[in-house]
Design a protein around this ligand. Structure first.
Ligand code: AGP
Length: 663
């Protein structure tokens, strides 16, 4: 939950460190610090509060130097104070360390060190590391050897970097917390996440647990804990530095809400096939016959070999080619699903499907569960924090999907590990290529939303939902042997979602409407079916960034308790997907009867609902599984405008962090 950065090379270390910390501030922002090696040894500056405060102080003393480490904190052990801010040093001030994660055996180590005369300045778990290094260096070990030995003494999760006044190198390693290496022409970088140094280099190595990195002025070396070289691919990041900047927006969150037409187009690109490249509703045969084998082998579902090379033919039940696709009657032809990660048949022999996730990703997973259920495939969704404690039964035909935009959420990672221990097949649905989830799971599918800096997840939720819709269709086709009933309507609409979201953003009246309901006691969000997770997500966004009390309910649950909370000062957002409208309207009348104003999020052509509600925020007419996503974009805007009016720190809400890397 903290952000660490390190750099060695040409140029002024302080500049890079402060830029990097600013780009990492979404990971934690209650205190920050840097340590720079210069001609007079190690210069350490750390303060409680925002990076801007640190910057003004460091600039005053301008320590200089080309080797440095930095840290922005999200407190776990010890309150946000100057003393508890990182970097932490040893008794002599010769060694400085920054750390992201939790050292679980720090109490024992600290007691032993204090018994041997070490004096501690902070209440943090991290400070044991520089003192342990100090001892080993004093016993004659090189800092390299000492670093390897000390990290072996640590239990828990960590990404840690160390510098010393006596060494022209940076040592770093990771276990459970993210760490990436940035390879520049005349400077090398280490950081918790790519945006930290993206403006300096797009050449990145995602480090694995146990990797030990040694950075010097002219080289970088990756070895295992015993010193044997480890090779990793250098990846080129296709994100642009400005992707990690606000541009013309006041907040990253508002920028990311507006980016959804683009990010959704990226999510869909090449994964849904129209124009004669689809899959025919009746069995078909490609030129290579393998389909036939597979078709007969698997389940008779018409599939393409690898999705790209579908030849535009269709075939009778026995697979012989008959009519070219473009001559197929519309009713005979369905769009194709082309997931490069999952060719047809990838999910044929599943016994059960489970989702594990946290927060917004949990709501996206519930959305996915609904889409599967509506198409005859059952699944279960679990809060990862609970699942990690008591996993549901799995077997080798169980697919456990971890939905996590960062790919680093500790509870979700732990759940996936428990599922894998039980023999399940694991799949990471994530936004970060190279994230721990993507590397640890059997399979990974990327939602391609681009970097999301605002702590409140927005565009990643939408891309998760669309990714789950495509994944669900693949699973349904593999499981049932046929396209889902409404895929000929849903898939073309998914293709059109970027335009529909664009229209929502262009024509939204969310700000006007919510301005009429500010300063109320509580805000409730209700929905049924696919709109239930949207109601929960709307409430989460609202409370996360406005700090106002908000709750999401399954509309049918109101009369079983929550209705007692409803008063004229508790506006109710009622999310209409286009299904269950009558039942939702009776819930609307239920709360209106208690004096609560109702704001309907509803299709623009649904006059009945618009006339019944006290206010309406409309969305384009669409398939219900698309309507939920469009309604959620409106709820993102509702939350944003209230938080903006209340002048909340929207991108960095209090007490929260972008990826929660501790359980
Ligand atoms: C959502 O706005 C929050 N940032 C939080 O609930 C988040 O969704 C949750 O921590 C899960 O994060 P992940 O998707 O990176 O796993």
């Amino acid at each position: 939950m903290c952000g660490i950065i390190a750099r060695i090379g040409d140029g002024d270390a302080v500049d890079t460190l402060l830029t990097g910390l600013t780009n990492l501030e979404y990971r934690g922002y209650d205190s920050a610090g840097v340590a720079v090696k210069n001609g007079s040894g190690l210069s350490v500056h750390k303060h409680e509060g925002k990076i801007s405060q640190l910057e003004s102080r460091v600039r005053q003393s301008s320590p200089g130097g080309q080797i440095g480490i930095g840290h922005t904190r999200w407190s776990t052990h010890g309150p946000p104070t100057d003393e508890n801010a990182h970097p932490h040093t040893d008794c002599t001030g010769s060694i400085a360390v920054v750390h992201n994660g939790i050292i679980e055996n720090h109490d024992t180590l600290k007691a032993e060190l204090e018994a041997r005369g070490h004096e501690f300045e902070s209440e943090t778990d991290t400070e044991v590391i520089p003192h342990l290094l100090e001892e080993r260096v004093e016993d004659g070990e090189s800092l390299d050897t000492a670093f390897r030995n000390v990290t072996q003494q640590l239990d828990g999760s960590y990404a840690v970097a160390a510098v010393s006044k006596d060494s022209d190198a940076i040592y770093a390693t990771r276990r459970g917390s993210p760490l990436v290496l940035g390879i520049g022409d005349d400077c090398h970088y280490l950081a918790s996440d790519v945006p930290a140094f993206l403006e300096f280099t797009d050449q990145v190595i995602y480090l694995e647990d146990g990797d030990v990195v040694t950075l010097t002025y002219d080289s970088y070396e990756i070895t295992d804990p015993d010193g044997s070289p480890v090779a990793h691919d250098v990846r080129t990041i296709d994100w642009r530095p400005e992707d990690a900047e606000k541009g013309r927006y006041d907040h990253f969150m508002r920028k990311e809400i507006s980016e959804q037409p683009t990010s959704l187009a990226q999510t869909i690109e090449g994964r849904i096939q129209m124009n004669g490249q689809g899959e025919s509703s009746s069995p078909s045969q490609t030129d290579s016959g393998s389909l036939t084998d597979r078709r007969t082998a698997a389940d008779g579902a018409p599939t393409a070999t690898d999705g790209e090379t579908t030849t535009n033919v269709s075939a009778d039940a026995d697979g012989t080619a008959t009519t070219p696709v473009d001559e197929l009657a519309a009713s005979d032809w369905v769009p194709g699903i082309n997931l490069e990660e999952f060719p047809p048949g990838s999910f044929s022999d599943l016994s059960s499907i489970q989702f594990v996730a946290c927060g917004t990703s949990y709501h996206a997973a519930l959305y996915g569960q609904q889409m599967l259920a509506r198409r005859g495939v059952s699944s279960q969704t679990f809060r990862a924090g609970e699942y990690a404690m008591l996993p549901a039964p799995v077997d080798e035909d169980t697919l456990v999907i971890g939905v996590t935009q960062s790919g680093e959420t500790a509870d979700t990672l732990q759940s996936l590990r428990r599922a894998a221990e039980g023999g399940a097949r694991t799949l990471a649905l994530t936004n970060v290529v190279g994230s721990t989830a993507a590397r640890e799971c059997d399979d990974a599918m990327f939602i391609r939303a681009g970097p999301e800096i605002g702590v409140a997840a927005t565009k990643t939720f939408s891309s998760q939902v669309v990714s789950l819709a495509m994944l669900a269709e693949r699973i349904v086709r593999d499981q049932t042997g046929a396209p889902s009933e409404d895929s000929d309507r849903l898939l073309p609409e998914l293709m059109n979602i970027p335009q529909m979201v664009d229209r929502v953003l262009e024509e939204t009246n969310a700000e006007d409407v919510i301005n009429r309901y500010r300063g109320q006691d509580s805000y409730f969000f209700i929905g049924r079916g696919i709109a239930h997770p949207v109601a929960m997500e709307g409430a989460l966004k609202f409370k996360e960034i406005t700090y106002e009390h908000a709750e999401g309910f399954a509309a049918g649950q109101l009369k079983h308790g929550p209705l007692a909370l409803v008063t004229p000062r508790t506006p109710v957002f009622a999310v209409f997907s286009g299904r269950h409208t009558d039942k939702m309207l009776s819930n609307v009348e239920e709360v209106q009867a208690r004096g609560a104003p109702v704001i309907a999020i509803v299709s623009e052509d649904n006059d009945r609902v618009i006339d019944t509600a006290d206010d309406a925020i409309t969305i384009p007419e669409s398939h219900p599984d698309v309507a939920g996503l469009l309604a959620n974009v409106q709820l993102q805007l509702v939350a944003y405008h209230v938080a903006d009016y209340l002048d909340r720190p929207i991108d960095k809400p209090r007490n929260l962090a972008k990826s929660v890397t501790v359980e």
